[in-house]
Design a protein around this ligand. Structure first.
Ligand code: HEM
Ligand code: SF4
Ligand code: SF4
Length: 529
């Protein structure tokens, strides 16, 4: 099923897979920064806003006041406003880093195409806005670096046909620069992040329960790192700007100003063409080949009782409950918006009618994927079970994004593929074990906390642990079910889990049914047969 990902991003994906595995060992999956990039972006954003408000209290808006006020903060008030200045600076650098890594990660995971175009496209203006806000911040200090940034930026802007008079003229001599220019800059520096926040709100419109706050441990760690950096290497100004002189050697903040030496030295027409072309390529990336659009989930009204579970579990806000259109006495009916649906199948895993025990009628659940129906999963399960030899038998339900499951197929191990671990209704685990199709079930999926479909791993865990509907029935002992979040590069881990699980199952002996009740005894306590 490797066609799920375009080959062109394979090296990038391999880098991320390895880095994520490594960092999960250091930080644990929950606190892994690579698995919390969007949330870290928001975290840095709020630090920038908070520290920015504090700095604004002391900031003097004007050609002569700006530098002095920033110096006062940095030197006289180094322990408060000075620290805030550094905090503001490093959080801004952090924002740029996590934004780009987030972009690359979404690209590597193929989460920029199909119906996900919306999240991608709304991310593009954020790139520009973050840069404009950051660069305008450097002007405000009005030191030699600010002078350099102001001159290079305005000369670059003057290549555009919009401005009646060259903007760079404001920086020809000390007399040509007016206080109102600083008023304009501070306005820009405040307004642009606010616009970015509105765009970010849009960015999350197609994501259900977006994770916008990093876990506490990661937030504390990131905050402490910023404080440590601020103390070890505080942000300082680089000498008062003087438009009568050309600024000499200056240090650049490479995260925001890395392109400035290029803008300074290459012809404006070439750099503008290049910048616009790059931005356009990023913006139209979702529509570039190879195209992929899995079929959207479909509701079968005859089997939908309006329970709303699919609505709660869909990670992409693709399902809404609408008034019943068939006159049946249920509160509502599920309606899928194909423009939002990524085809993950998590809804089918949530639907109470997705039960393989149904034999009287065709297995058509209330909601299902045309490309990988629940009926086809049952057919594959039966087929694999029939193949399993005597001895300890294991059935793996493996998510296609963690392709490693397929390679584990053997005389004692059956493998059934899913679009996402969350596509598996827990009734299938019950079916396999209670019908003696295998001695135990493994559900294998993406690495912990990095489900390609955002929630598949989490919902599966909750369903199997009986914390979320549809719950695994009590009659299935937990010891016979194993969840393995090995990920795409976890072949060895999955193999080791299969071997350990086989040993465990052997020690448990054959399954005997335990009675369904709130506190079912775990094996080997078997209440009834
Ligand atoms: C500071 C800037 C940004 C912030 C704070 C941010 C934040 C977020 C957050 C919180 C999510 C939801 C994560 C989740 O709960 O699973 C998300 C999703 C996403 N972001 Fe960003 N983002 C930013 C910039 C960008 C940029 C520049 C791009 C690409 C151009 C981008 C592309 C995406 C995509 C494609 C998704 C959807 C992932 C999916 O379908 O599961 N983001 N972003
Ligand atoms: S397939 Fe996934 S995205 Fe589509 S409706 Fe079902 S849960 Fe939502
Ligand atoms: S989970 Fe199934 S029965 Fe419940 S609302 Fe969704 S489609 Fe209908």
């Amino acid at each position: 099923m490797s066609d799920r990902f375009p080959a062109v991003t394979a090296p990038l994906r391999a880098i991320f897979d390895e880095a994520e595995r490594g960092l999960s060992k250091v930080f644990t999956p929950q606190w892994n920064p690579l698995l919390n990039l969007g949330a870290l972006g928001f975290f840095f954003y709020w630090i920038i806003v908070g520290s920015g408000v504090y700095l604004f209290i002391f900031f003097g808006t004007g050609v002569n006041k700006a530098f002095d006020s920033v110096e006062y903060m940095t030197r006289d008030q180094w322990y408060a406003a000075g620290l805030m200045r550094s905090f503001h600076r490093y959080a801004s650098d952090g924002l740029v880093i996590v934004m780009f890594v987030h972009l690359l990660r979404e690209l590597s995971l193929d989460r920029y195409r199909g119906v996900r175009w919306f999240s991608w496209l709304t991310g593009v203006p954020v790139l520009v806005l973050v840069y404009v806000a950051g660069v305008s911040g450097y002007w405000l200090v009005w030191d030699k670096l600010a002078q350099y940034v102001a001159i290079v930026t305005t000369e670059w802007l003057d290549h555009l046909p919009f401005f009646g008079q060259p903007v760079a003229r404001n920086f020809l001599s000390p007399e040509s620069l007016e206080d109102r220019f600083f008023t304009l800059m501070i306005f820009t520096h405040i307004a642009i992040p606010l616009i970015a926040l509105i765009v970010l709100w849009l960015h999350l419109q197609r994501i259900s329960r977006p994770r916008i706050n990093p876990p506490r441990g990661l937030a504390i760690g990131a905050g402490l790192a910023l404080i440590a950096l601020s103390i070890v290497d505080p942000a300082v100004s680089q000498g008062r700007a003087n438009l009568a002189e050309v600024p000499g050697a200056i240090g650049l903040d490479w995260f925001y100003l890395g392109a400035f030496p290029i803008l300074e030295n290459l012809p404006g027409r070439a750099t503008w063409t290049c910048a616009v072309a790059m931005l356009l390529v990023v913006a139209v990336a979702p529509w570039l080949p190879p195209m992929r659009r899995p079929a959207a989930a479909k509701v079968d009204l005859a089997n939908c009782n309006g329970c709303t579970r699919c609505v709660s579990d869909c990670p992409y806000n693709a399902i809404t409950m609408e008034p019943r259109s068939d006159g049946r006495p249920f509160e509502g009916e599920a309606v899928v918006d194909p423009g939002y649906c990524v085809g993950c199948g998590i809804c089918a895993g949530a639907c109470p009618t997705s039960t393989p025990f149904r034999r009287m009628s065709d297995l058509i659940p209330g909601i299902d994927l045309p490309d990988r129906s629940i009926a086809s999963i049952r057919a594959d399960t039966d087929c694999e079970a029939a193949r399993l030899a005597e001895g300890t038998r294991i059935m793996i339900f493996g998510c296609m994004n963690a392709e490693v499951a397929e390679a584990r197929r053997s005389p004692g191990v059956g493998v059934v593929s899913l679009t996402c671990s969350g596509q598996l209704p827990p009734a299938f685990i019950d079916y396999v074990i209670s019908r003696n199709l295998a001695d135990g079930v493994i559900v294998a999926g993406c690495a912990e906390s990095s489900c390609l479909n955002r929630r598949g791993g989490a919902w599966t865990t909750d369903r199997v642990e009986r914390l979320r509907d549809p719950r695994l029935r009590e009659r299935i002992p937990s010891a016979r079910v194993r969840l393995v979040w090995a990920g795409r590069r976890g072949a060895a881990q999955l193999q080791a889990e299969v071997e350990a699980f086989a040993e465990r199952l052997e020690s448990l002996g054959p399954y005997r049914r335990v009675r369904d009740r709130k506190t079912a005894p775990s094996e080997p306590g078997r209440a009834d047969a």
